[in-house]
Write a protein of this length. Sequence first.
Length: 664
Amino acid sequence: MSGFDTLLVANRGEIAIRIARTARRLGIRAVAVVSDADRGAPHARACDDAIAIGGDRPADSYLRIDKLIAAAQAGGAQAVHPGYGFLAENADFAQAVIDAGLVFVGPPPAAIAAMGDKAAARKRAISLDIPVLSGYDGAAQDVETLRRAATHVGFPVMIKAAAGGGGRGMRRVDDAAHFDVAWASARSEALGAFGDDRLILERALRAPRHVEIQILADAQGDAIFLGERDCSIQRRHQKIVEEAPCPALSPARRRAMGAAALRLARAIGYAGAGTVEFLCSGGEFFFMEMNTRLQVEHPVTEAVAGLDLVEWQLRIAQGERLGLDQDEMLERFEQGGHAIEVRLCAEEPGADFLPRTGRVAAFRAPAAIRFDHAIESGLEVSPLYDSLLGKAIAHASTRSEAAARLSAALDRTIVLGLPTNRAFLARVLRHPGFLGNAVSTAFVDEHFADAGARASGPGDAHWAIAAFISARIDAPAAAWPAEWLGWSSTGIQTGSFRLRAGPSELRGRVEGSGALVATIITGRAWRVELDRPLVAGDWNVARIDGRRVTLFFARDAQRIWVQLDGLDIEFEDLRLAPAPRAHAASDGAITAAMHGRVVDIAVEVGQRVDRGATLATLEAMKMEHALAAPAAGLVRAVHVRAGDQVAAGRVMIELDLETPRAVQ
């Protein structure tokens, strides 16, 4: 390839590693950028060189245009790839790269700007006879104007950030009574995420499919589309399962949507890889937005179409023509089998998918499928960045085979040390509704609402194995040495245990007879039998009361993690670390549900609040989370200020709760 031989990857995590992989294959040197929080991160080692840009928060590092341009120049790069997120859809960044004499691996700044404003993009689509949902995209942004517009459009409506994407600054409102709170919340999140608090409204469809068209366009004006992706399964308006092709799309509808996407791309002078997103309901489709960048879910299109989209981004950026025939590409896509991707995230499905942070105690990637990630044992997952850890992708001849292959791979994926959605994703892939193609953006709410998102707690086998490990395998001072300790070959040994998993606690003793047999005695007894010693950091086989189980475990001085029967369970070893319980909401102590930054404190000492009133707002992993009053009461104390970083469990606000009156 000609044009440039060194590329700055202006991003982090798995996408930086993925870009570097293709660049290296093409003979292009990849240079990483690294914030202070990412020192020693996997993406820095995956590139040929790494430039430190300082700062911890994105605003001080990956969002600093001047630092990125300086890093490109210091690293000898002639081109910059923005990845996705951060500055990938920032027209000012693209222009700054060009003004510095570098190649921007993406569309022209004018095209980014044309689609970056969602209000302007709606108007452009309308002018091109591309259908859009009824809504509001006017200049007036006061709550009264938008509330009136929402009433005119008809509830439910979606409030969206005009400059946004990725589910941020987006709220669904079902009635006028809840509009003002949703408006304020969406506006605040949009300002924090995009530096722009402008909003638009659109009529909300009850249960649509989210379908997007992948396009490629060169600088000479040629453009094609590479089929579609179905991204309907979402939580918090963010995708977690994506597949290609859409199992509900006919060839005729595919061509109609592809033609609309190309019409839009040509109208704005697009070049590079891009995605035009639609909502599909009944026999209709409606334009939502255009993402002027590579998508997180691009691997499913790569698998089915047989192309490397990053390679084509780099080729187009160097002036190459597409030279791809539309009919041939569609035929390849329609005969290319089926691919499914799931997003492995650091979050807790049973707690409304709140993002979680912590240290990865043990990691093992799945075999026999593609797994794009930036995970390793010992990695500290920071609250400063997105919760996405990696993406698992399976490709097969049929949809059912791809789902089975991917769910089986998830069963063998190990990420212990912090909560993830691994088990939840496997449950989604095995759900009859998913396998029966009854899929929409309401899928998670319909099938996994409330406790449905939460896998069951530890079973007998989990408790038995955790008790065995607690009593018989020494806790390490720091890293687990993967040794079998504490047994003799003869005689009987006894050890006690006291464990907690979530709200449940269990104590008892372990009686060992021989090297590989023990009885766990609590209110009842479990018999544990091993063919060989348990080894941390590897798969083990045991029999619990005669039932054969396969398990993986890790531990540190205070905790034990066990993956067994498809569940990841964390146990506190209370003998070693008798930690006090955090204040419960019922005693008036309002604690941080996650590590994050305090965005706003909405109350002051002495103020009376009603049940459900917002007390404070936390930001973590690019999402905002409101802390609500569990009951009416008076604010007794406020322990934090806006801008503070807080750890999960920290008491932020204390309330004197009112005692409910007895019913007469």
